[in-house]
Design a protein. Structure first.
Ligand code: PLP
Length: 379
């Protein structure tokens, strides 16, 4: 089976598994316990925090461990908005992950905020002139994802952060898909808050992290024993934090080399699919895209049928985001990019880890050509 659905989740890296193992077994302590077993867990947690902080270029105290990307996004959007309501206006994009989109909707429903979703162009890039106009009105928070999970388009995050700063608006970015592929130094990016998730990077599901710039006020969403400076109560997932820190550190160490080689493989794969499938359309930006994602629409098919056919041929991938799986609605991300709903229904996303090989992607491209032809009734 060829797994080409890394944007949904990745297998746990051996190094991450080995690093977390002691904290599930011998050093299983609760980091809040005042004895040596607890102290050992607390030390591991703080080492993990420092490792994440090193990759992000921030202070360890600015990193909070969460249960994943969804919680990090919720904490950033709701936490910043509730602590600094100001004009009660959230500015976001029309292609955000539901973790951000639904957090904004919650603020509308329960706290009297309004939300402006800045449009994207046909390749998924946020329209910067429109963003400026919206921010000029005044906003509580601007939240725009770093890289899109369905089409892989990478936003000019440093430029967007600069614009938000000009208007004095705090800026959060969901870097869940960008992590491991794009630079994450929060000072260079100029972001005030940034979300990460472990399982897209080779750590287990259920662990994530949120960077919050030191002086930014935030309302905690989870109340309890006051762990993590009172920002995120609950006994910390020590093993998960250790695995996340390990996977993030390794991804960052290997990033520059990996990006070049995987992007070259991705481009060859894209070309083979476009050459082999009549009418195939690449979605997302041609160059400003994650090395790990190639997504297409195949007019004259349905994405779900192509997926089934590909699975029969030994390739697993996705018809859009895993979070929207099971829904018959065309992807809101693709329709926001101006793709007709009937064409958006034909979307298929291929996404890979840095371990992908040329031979795998050649086999995948052949399978795509066969699968689409079968679904179109040509074979
Ligand atoms: N943000 C983006 C862009 C994602 O792709 C995902 C997961 O698909 C999430 C947030 C949610 O992360 P998690 O699955 O860790 O809750």
């Amino acid at each position: 089976m060829l797994y080409l659905d890394a944007a949904a989740t990745t297998p746990v890296r051996r190094e991450a598994l080995e690093a977390m193992w002691p904290y599930l077994t011998g050093d299983f302590g609760n980091p809040s316990s005042h004895h040596t077993v607890g102290e050992s867990a607390a030390a591991a947690l703080e080492t993990a925090r420092a490792q994440v902080a090193r990759v992000l270029g921030c202070r360890p105290g600015e990193v909070t461990f969460t249960s994943g990307g969804t919680e990090a996004d919720n904490q950033a959007v709701k936490g910043i908005a509730l602590a600094n309501p100001g004009p009660r206006h959230i500015v976001t994009s029309s292609i955000e992950h539901p973790a951000v989109e639904e957090s904004c909707e919650y603020l509308v429903r329960h706290h009297g905020f309004r939300v402006t979703r800045v449009e994207v162009d046909g390749e998924g890039l946020v329209k910067l002139d429109a963003l400026r106009q919206v921010l000029a009105v005044g906003a509580t928070l601007c939240t725009i994802m770093y890289a899109n999970n369905e089409v892989g388009t990478v936003q000019p995050v440093a430029g967007i952060a600069q614009i938000a700063k000009e208007y004095g608006v705090p800026f959060h970015t969901d870097a869940v898909q960008a992590a491991g592929w794009e630079p994450l130094n929060v000072k260079d990016l100029g972001v005030d808050a940034l979300s990460l998730s472990g399982h897209k990077l080779g750590a287990p599901k259920g662990c994530g992290a949120l960077y919050l710039r030191g002086r930014l006020h935030t309302e905690p969403l989870i109340h309890g024993g006051g762990q993590q400076r009172g920002l995120r109560s609950g006994t910390e997932n020590v093993a998960g934090a250790v695995a996340l820190a390990t996977a993030l550190r390794l991804a960052e160490e290997q990033r520059v080399q990996t990006v070049g080689s995987v992007a070259a493989l991705r481009d060859r794969f894209i070309q083979s699919v476009l050459d082999g499938v009549d009418g195939a359309m690449l979605t997302g930006h041609r160059s400003s895209r994650l090395p790990s994602i190639a997504s297409f629409c195949f007019p004259g098919t349905s994405g779900e049928s192509v997926l089934l056919e590909l699975e029969r041929l030994g390739v697993v991938c996705s018809s859009g985001s895993a979070c929207a799986a099971g829904s018959d609605e065309p992807s809101p991300v693709l329709t926001a990019m101006g793709i007709e709903p009937a064409i958006a229904q034909t979307a298929v996303r291929f996404s890979f880890t840095s371990a992908v090989t040329a031979a795998e992607l050649e086999a995948a491209a052949d399978a795509v050509v066969t699968a689409v032809a079968t679904v179109r009734g040509l074979r």
